[in-house]
Design a protein around this ligand. Structure first.
Ligand code: F3S
Length: 284
């Protein structure tokens, strides 16, 4: 069995940085808090939990002087003020590319645009982006929703950092017809773009594609969507236990891609599993 690992699979720069900050903080602190899970991978989060990293969802769970790490997705603008008021110490692991998206939203809004955000309405990053808009906005996730928009004078268009650039560009064309003045700020991060491009390339070459990552990870879900459109036998797996239900009979070429919050050791476990399947199969 040939195994093709997509280039740029697994941890991205922003996630790597956030995890390093947690590790560094744990050296001198026994108890550390993160606002929401530090990354969208339940396995990594539960490992960190056992080392003293507690996930909170409400600032009321904290006391003055506690240490809070802001995850790579960032937080809403108002929360920074609340944190300061409560005298909570912070380490800000917000990814610089996410900050760029926040700044883009603020800029477009300040320029008087009706802000159109391509993203998942409930994703923390999108909630953060919205918090920087001081005026009218809408969050959309498909071309159809863009088609349904009413005409506006001035539209400012941006995206959650992990969106599909192909979709971003096709919606841009629709928005051109929806206003007299369209301002576009492409806030999709390059790591996302490359990860999606490489996953596409891999899916085109194999008979079966495995996408490794947390089911709660938006960017991993998008990789799965992209691969499923190209390779019918695409599977979303969180751990190697999920591989037991997949039939590898007659499959000679398997591709692997992984979301930005998937650690390398999980990808390696999948590779080991496939090597074993291949070894046993060839032996028989
Ligand atoms: Fe940052 Fe892009 Fe990763 S926005 S957190 S480098 S997917």
């Amino acid at each position: 069995m040939n195994i093709l690992i997509a280039k740029n699979a697994g941890f991205c720069f922003g996630v790597e940085r956030a995890i390093s900050l947690v590790e560094e903080t744990l050296v001198n602190n026994k108890k550390v808090y993160t606002y929401g899970p530090i990354i969208h991978n339940p396995i990594v989060v539960s490992k960190l939990e056992s080392r003293g990293v507690k996930v909170i969802y409400d600032l009321n769970e904290l006391n003055s002087g506690d240490l809070l790490i802001i995850r790579s997705h960032g937080i809403a603008k108002k929360l920074y003020c609340d944190i300061e008021r409560k005298n909570i110490k912070i380490i800000d692991a917000t990814c610089p590319f996410v900050k760029k998206a926040y700044n883009a939203a603020e800029k477009l809004s300040r320029e008087g645009c009706f802000v159109v955000i391509l993203g998942d309405r409930k994703h923390p990053e999108v909630e953060g982006i919205i918090s920087y808009v001081d005026g009218e906005y809408v969050v959309i996730s498909s071309s159809l929703e863009a088609i349904k928009l009413r005409k506006k004078e001035k539209i400012g268009y941006l995206a959650q950092t992990t969106q599909d650039r192909k979709l971003f560009m096709s919606i841009k064309d629709i928005l051109t017809l929806k206003c007299d003045n369209l301002k576009v700020l492409d806030t999709i991060c390059n790591a996302t773009y490359l990860r999606q491009k490489d996953a596409r390339d891999a899916a085109e070459k194999v008979e079966l594609m495995l996408i490794v990552g947390g089911k709660n990870s938006g960017n991993t879900n998008r990789l799965f969507q992209i691969c499923s459109e190209i390779c019918k036998k695409s599977y979303f797996i969180e751990t190697i236990n999920d591989l037991n239900n997949i039939d590898f009979q007659g499959i000679n070429n398997v591709g692997i891609s992984a979301g930005a919050s998937t650690p390398n050791y999980l990808i390696n476990e999948v590779i080991e599993y496939l090597n074993e399947v291949s070894y046993v199969r060839d032996k028989w």
